[in-house]
Design a protein around this ligand. Structure first.
Ligand code: SAH
Length: 377
């Protein structure tokens, strides 16, 4: 066998797959054939790709592979939410969640192993950061979920109709791989999802929002969580670099672009008791978003071990929502799904070998913390 590694075809979008076949003296239409086998058929064995010649199948077996992350665990919550822990290399795992609803099936996909941002209320942040996911590891989550869901009894409970990039990681910090994976999600020869059915959620990396506007048409969700910079600096530290005003300007540019396919930004707002949930915060938020085509998504905080935050009570959330609705904003309170299996927003933790030493730093800043111990397994 040759010493060079096989090309993982899940890393290639249609254009790259065409180049791959061209470079091996094949016609580019092989790309669409193979895309269909891989993504629509869930096929990883080249021998099963029966509309390719025997020689080509043999050659592909030698030089290429279809390799997705491997399922480590697979749990379904009483509400039907299903979560997979997926191994992406010998030490790291990420999580992917499927949320079935009456009219849709949403897959929540991770973009990084851990997260380099340090949002105070997010459990992924506690894990630290290891690396970006590759294209095959991002689209591979859709590939694995689609295959796994085929064992579900009812058709309507297993179709992936929507994808949200709201799992572990900051998708705009892994821009190129995320955009390429989105291309495969949209490709009619792969998953054929329309741009309105793919939502990318970001903590607000302003230059990358502009790049996204130029390169890739999807719905945008922005994790706002606070109506002023003092509070947002504390909850979403990237705000110190890209404050609210710059962020909202980028949002306006995003919806103003020519194609206008995404006519509104979804603003996510996690409801934290006594922190950002007062009627005054709601009024400030209503004022802040005036003039930005918006939809507001209130997310009841989902707790995780060692968090200092508490979920706002239902009355506070209802009051907050009413103020925004009366100000004319479409406001939805996100239902908490999958919390029985730690699959709800902000609870995804995977298995991350932290390379940023964040976990260590945190231990060291605790009063009277013992010296960090070596991990002896
Ligand atoms: N990094 C991206 C995408 C991942 S988080 C982003 O920040 O948008 C997806 C959503 O869940 C974000 O709005 C995030 O702020 C929210 N979230 C994080 N932790 C949460 C928690 N503990 N409870 C509820 N929502 C949370």
């Amino acid at each position: 066998m040759s010493a060079t590694a096989k090309t993982n075809l899940l890393n290639l979008d249609r254009a790259n797959l065409e180049d791959f076949f061209r470079s091996h003296g094949e016609k580019p239409f092989r790309a669409t054939q193979v895309l269909k086998w891989m993504h629509q058929g869930g096929v990883s064995d080249f021998d099963a790709m029966t509309n390719l010649s025997k020689e080509l199948r043999q050659r592909l077996t030698e030089i290429a592979e279809v390799r997705a992350p491997e399922i480590v665990s697979d749990h379904t919550a009483p509400d039907g939410t299903r979560k997979w822990l997926l191994r992406v290399d010998s030490v790291n795992c990420v999580e992917t969640v499927f949320i079935p609803e009456d009219d849709r099936g949403t897959l929540c996909v991770s973009s990084q192993v851990g997260c380099a941002l340090d949002c105070a209320f997010c459990s992924t942040a506690q894990q630290g950061f290891n690396r970006n996911l590759s294209v095959s590891e991002i689209i591979g989550q859709v590939w694995v979920a689609k295959r796994a869901l085929s064992d579900t009894k009812f058709e309507r409970d297993r179709a992936i109709t929507n994808v949200v990039l709201m799992g572990m990681g900051e998708p705009l910090a892994n821009f190129d791989n995320v955009v390429q994976a989105i291309g495969v999600m949209k490709d009619d020869f792969a998953y054929g999802l329309s741009k309105r059915r793919i939502t990318l959620s970001t903590s607000g990396i302003v230059p990358a929002i502009d790049r996204l506007r130029e390169q890739c048409d999807v719905a945008l969700a922005v994790s706002l969580h606070a109506p002023n910079d003092v509070l947002r600096d504390e909850l979403v530290p990237i705000n110190k670099k890209y404050p609210i005003r710059e962020l909202l300007d980028a949002c306006r540019r995003y919806v103003d672009r020519e194609s206008r396919s995404n006519d509104r930004i979804t603003f996510e707002y996690v409801m934290l008791q006594g922190v950002n949930d007062s009627p005054e915060h709601a009024r400030d938020l209503a004022r802040l978003l005036r003039g930005v085509p918006s939809k507001i998504n209130l997310i009841p905080f989902n707790p995780f071990p060692q968090t200092r935050f508490v979920r706002s009570d239902d009355a506070a959330i209802a009051r907050f929502r009413d103020i925004l609705m009366n100000a004319g904003y479409v406001t939805i309170t996100r239902r908490t799904r999958g919390d029985a299996i730690d699959a709800a927003c902000g609870q995804l933790a995977g298995r991350v070998t932290d390379r940023t030493k964040r976990v260590l730093r945190r231990v060291n800043t605790l009063p009277d913390s013992p010296e960090p111990q070596a991990c002896n397994g």
